[in-house]
Design a protein around this ligand. Structure first.
Ligand SMILES: [Fe+2]
Length: 196
């Protein structure tokens, strides 16, 4: 690369960088899979480890006829726990954001507020955090996510699909990044500048 500071970069440099980033981003499905595998280490006193929990959540979403991106979002909804339990919904939602609809992003971003309905009262916390979102178009889907798929998925008797089953879905959903669109935009801006 010719520059040592960003304000000296040329469009040719940025095109090289954008292509390299796009190539690395194409490995997202493998990166996500290895993060999911790290959830296996987290048991924390539950009946199932966190990988089994997200697999079960995704299996229930799949069997309920959810869209492919929603099934992948269900699989990834607790992936942020690899980094931090405290703000794991925001971490998961931001990982998913370039690959899913705004609606799916919002459901994952807020899922803990919906999940609280099922146990926050025991801890003296507000179980009605979900009421903040009642006016949102995605509210009923977020209710279904928490009530039917997420909070029920600590059952070792349930016939949960393995991680390998979801690999093709991960490949498809994480293949469609907005990075590819950004690279295309940069290429056409560069071609226009050359023609001007
Ligand atoms: Fe969960």
């Amino acid at each position: 690369m010719s520059f040592t500071r960003m304000d000296e970069g040329r469009i040719e440099d940025w095109l090289v960088i954008a292509r390299e980033v796009a190539a690395r981003q194409a490995r997202m499905p493998q990166i996500i899979k290895s993060m999911l595998q790290q959830l296996q280490e987290q048991v924390d006193g539950f009946n199932l480890n966190q990988l089994q929990h997200v697999l079960q959540t995704a299996t229930r979403a799949l069997r309920a006829g959810a869209s492919e991106e929603m099934v992948v979002a269900a699989l990834c909804h607790d992936i942020g726990k690899v980094i931090s339990i405290e703000n794991h919904p925001a971490i998961a939602a931001e990982i998913l954001k370039p690959y899913v609809s705004q609606e799916t992003y919002e459901i994952i971003r807020t899922h803990q507020d919906f999940q609280g309905r099922h146990y926050y009262a025991l801890m003296g916390k507000n179980p009605n955090g979900r009421s903040l979102y009642e006016a949102e178009a995605w509210y009923s889907k977020a209710v279904q996510f928490a009530d039917e798929w997420d909070q029920t998925s600590f059952d070792h008797e349930y016939d949960t699909l393995p991680l390998d089953y979801f690999e093709p879905l991960l490949e498809r959903v994480f293949a469609q990044s907005s990075n590819a669109a950004a690279l295309q935009a940069m290429q056409s801006a560069s071609a226009e500048n050359a023609n001007a």
